[in-house]
Design a protein around this ligand. Structure first.
Ligand SMILES: Cc1cc2nc3c(=O)[nH]c(=O)nc-3n(C[C@H](O)[C@H](O)[C@H](O)COP(=O)(O)O)c2cc1C
Ligand SMILES: [Mn+2]
Length: 490
């Protein structure tokens, strides 16, 4: 049975010993963020985790509780997807992909709706939902009722960090859901930080081409059952409905209710819903914001979201996350996405054995890829493939290693990759789109990338020398020493 809503997940986390309640009053301005940092950096915390989920019962200045660090461990991400291990989700996707094999990767991902159909995971429209228990309109709308965090000292203000931003493609009418941070300007206005390559930004541009003076409806849901709440970050193709994918993940359709004041629908089980619009001719300075790079992302011009109506449950839980120096909660959210989508990547590029994105690489800075190398130049081909693969296009540095390197063992990767390298020969530079948060690229959103071919070099690649074997003790000697071990007194 899928989690009905966020509070049911909170109960499950509490039962599993994965959540701590804080009854003392703590300020959402900086203090909660610092509490999260202390928990995250606690040396005694479990491996594969940034500490427990934290439920703040009394954020200062608000009547509503706040939930943070919810998904900050491998275990909690597995719980969110209702599996023992994340590989099970990957296996479900793989099982489906194996049934038919169309040509392109996108075709494959686009088949997922079929899977949804089979299991009837398509979102279901319903008339009413808990998210509408309380309705505020017009002058009654006040975002400051909620314990919205200011996370770092130089932040431009308070930011909503865990929203599901709903828009419709003005040409096809298809829904998109993205997780884009929103800076709170005042009671009824926020920024809308959809980066230029994201689907929300594309909807905005297409609508503006048609009618530059117009507006588009936007609704934002905060807090839902875990699979739905996480769906906004999924790197899936445009026009593939994230709510359908959430239904697939939770094995039950997401129930959607019509908004009160615009034509969009939102998850019926949402804790909080903000309804409104974005003007197509209005931009405003957004930022700075202490980001998941560990640095402040600079001020920039972004669209503005005008909130006309707020609905919520009687006692809404405000879901949020803190980003900052890695690792933080988002590392585990991204790690789960990486594991879940690996089979999709492998389907298109079967030579890929495994991939790893170390936390310090912030997803877009570093990808380590192990391949089963079959022909000259194979490592270069995989680099180019990754640079053209959805949001992996942002990857700044790709390191390609042979299949016998464990990409999750970073010390092995550093050792073997550096040994395999003739830098002038094996490093390749190219240009392309960069992540908006990359503050080093010479222009925002555009810059260079580097691929490192750290595979064994072959004669057919022009390598004229013999390549040495890795040192390994022979089995007979190991067995003999094992036999005498006790007598050695070591
Ligand atoms: C905690 C968190 C915050 C994020 N903030 C932003 C943001 O402010 N702007 C943005 O464009 N993407 C942000 N992202 C990444 C997007 O959610 C992600 O790229 C997603 O796939 C976008 O959806 P779309 O492909 O439908 O546009 C964030 C992700 C996480 C996990
Ligand atoms: Mn999308």
């Amino acid at each position: 049975m899928a989690y009905r809503d966020l509070r049911e997940f909170v109960k499950a986390l509490e039962k599993a010993g994965e959540l701590k309640r804080i009854s003392a009053e703590v300020d959402p301005v900086l203090e909660i963020s610092e509490v999260v940092q202390r928990v995250t950096r606690d040396k005694n915390r479990a491996a594969g985790s940034v500490g427990p989920a934290l439920f703040f019962e009394k954020p200062k200045g608000s009547r509503y509780p706040l939930l943070v660090n919810t998904f900050g461990s491998v275990k909690r991400m597995a719980m969110a997807f209702e599996v023992e291990a994340l590989d099970e989700v990957a296996a479900r996707i793989r099982g489906f992909l194996d049934t038919k094999s169309p040509q392109g990767l996108f075709d494959k991902i686009k088949m997922l709706p079929k899977l949804a159909e089979l299991g009837s995971f398509f979102p279901k429209n319903v008339k009413d939902g808990d998210c509408r228990e309380v309705i505020h309109k017009a002058n009654d709308v006040n975002l400051l009722d909620f314990p919205i965090l200011k996370t770092w000292p130089q932040d431009g203000g308070r930011f909503i960090t865990f929203p599901l931003v709903f828009t419709k493609n003005p040409e096809t009418g298809k829904r998109n859901v993205g997780m884009y941070r929103m800076q709170v300007y005042d009671e009824r206005t926020t920024g809308m930080h959809w980066q230029t390559q994201k689907h929300g930004a594309e909807h905005f541009r297409r609508a503006r081409e048609k009618n530059p003076e117009g507006r588009i409806p936007v609704s934002v849901a905060i807090g839902a059952d875990p699979a739905t709440a996480l769906a906004g970050m999924l790197p899936i193709p445009p026009d593939l409905d994230e709510m359908m994918f959430a239904g697939f993940l939770r094995r039950e359709p997401v129930e959607m209710v019509p908004c009160e004041t615009n034509e969009l629908e939102v998850p019926a089980n949402a804790e909080i819903v903000l309804e409104g619009y974005v003007n197509l001719n209005e931009m405003r300075t957004e930022g700075p914001f202490g980001d998941h790079t560990g640095f402040y992302s600079l001020e920039g011009e972004y669209p503005v979201f005008h909130v006309e109506c707020v609905t919520h449950k009687k006692d809404p839980i405000y879901l949020t996350t803190v980003v900052g120096p890695p690792p933080q909660e988002d590392f585990y959210m991204g790690y789960a996405v990486e594991r879940v989508f690996l089979p999709v990547m492998k389907m298109q590029y079967p030579e890929i054995v495994d991939v790893a994105m170390p936390a310090e690489g912030i997803f877009h800075n570093l990808m380590i890829v192990a391949i089963r190398k079959s022909y000259p130049g194979h490592a270069r081909k995989i680099m180019n493939a990754i640079w053209s693969l959805g949001q992996a296009m942002f990857t700044k540095v790709i390191v390609v290693v042979d299949h016998d390197v464990d990409v999750h063992n970073y010390s092995e990767v550093v050792w073997k990759a550096l040994c395999a390298l003739d830098p002038e020969r094996d490093v390749q530079f190219t240009f392309g789109p960069t992540d908006t948060l990359d503050h080093a690229s010479r222009m925002q959103d555009f810059g260079s990338k580097m691929g490192i071919d750290a595979t064994r070099k072959w004669a057919s690649e022009g390598f004229a020398r013999p390549w040495p074997d890795e040192i390994l003790m022979d089995g007979e000697t190991k067995a003999r020493v094992a036999g005498m071990w006790k007598g050695l007194g070591l």
